[in-house]
Design a protein around this ligand. Structure first.
Ligand code: OAD
Length: 248
């Protein structure tokens, strides 16, 4: 993949860079994307049938067990070259914001510090009734386990379909989107709003917007630059080009 020279010049000159990542960034760490076909035991369900408050009320055990499966997968996942390149990129800029739709914590594990988790984090648990994070609970064999305070069912602290986004995180994401010179949209299908609206908002506010994705998305035709490749390949190349440009 050749990184356009004029893109490298603009990136090297930027003071503020904002990044939006989606499941495609974690694909090379073995964490399936949402649009990957569900496998094995879960093949007959779509995420939309599992990741909603309605699905949880209808069958809390099923939803809890699906997330337990994903937690075990995420717990074994390691940051891949795309995560590591983004961690290497952060110190280059006075203002670097990484906004992620992913719930796997791999950006923080790779070393990024300024990370905003729009959809929460699968390794955190909260009370379904009270909405507050619960760090520990008594294992009584109940599935899902019960909140130690109110006895309600516990649930993963992630944003489900039909749920509102966390307000503070969304405000941070919108502000970082409106105040950057370069916006990188990496590994997202750009179909789930409000996150999917961020690349267009960055464009509207005058940023250079780069889409990094091996496949087309509804945003591809609007992007300033399209690097049509896997994030694990493209991001290390982008970091190398930035490093060389800053040295020259
Ligand atoms: P999707 O599964 O919708 O899209 C993954 C994107 O990553 C696709 O566009 C793929 O082409 C791309 N992709 C796959 N492998 C890649 C690679 N190696 N490098 C770069 N890109 C790659 O995942 P998201 O866009 O993150 O929300 O989905 C957004 C939201 O939809 C998720 O956060 C989740 C889901 O509903 C909630 O759970 C609330």
């Amino acid at each position: 993949m050749t990184i356009p020279t004029d893109l490298v010049v603009k990136l090297a000159a930027a003071k503020s860079v904002t990044v939006l990542t989606g499941a495609g960034v974690s694909a090379e760490s073995g964490v399936p994307t949402f649009r990957d076909a569900q496998t094995g035991l879960w093949a007959k369900y779509s995420p939309e049938e599992l990741a909603t408050p309605r699905a949880f009320r209808r069958n809390p055990r099923l939803v809890w067990e699906w997330y337990e499966c994903r937690r075990q997968l995420v717990a074994k996942a390691k940051p891949n070259p795309a995560h590591l390149a983004l961690a290497g990129m952060e110190p280059f800029f006075p203002n670097f914001h990484l906004i992620t739709q992913n719930v796997d914590g791999l950006h923080q594990l790779a070393g990024n510090r300024n990370v905003t988790e729009l959809h929460g984090n699968i390794m955190r648990t909260k009370c379904f009734e009270e909405g507050v994070v619960v760090a520990k609970w008594e294992e009584t064999g109940d599935v899902p386990p019960k909140c130690p305070r109110c006895g309600g069912p516990l649930r993963p602290a992630v944003v489900w379909f039909e749920e509102a986004m966390p307000e503070a995180e969304m405000e941070t994401a919108v502000s970082a989107t409106r105040n950057c010179q370069v916006f990188l949209s990496i590994g997202t299908s750009n179909v789930v709003y409000p996150a999917a609206g961020l690349p267009s908002e960055a464009l509207r506010c005058g940023a250079v917007v780069v889409e990094i994705n091996p496949h087309q998305t509804p945003f591809t035709d609007m992007a300033t630059y399209v690097l049509a490749g896997a994030a694990g390949i493209v991001m290390p190349q982008l970091l190398d080009a930035l490093t060389a440009a800053r040295k020259s």
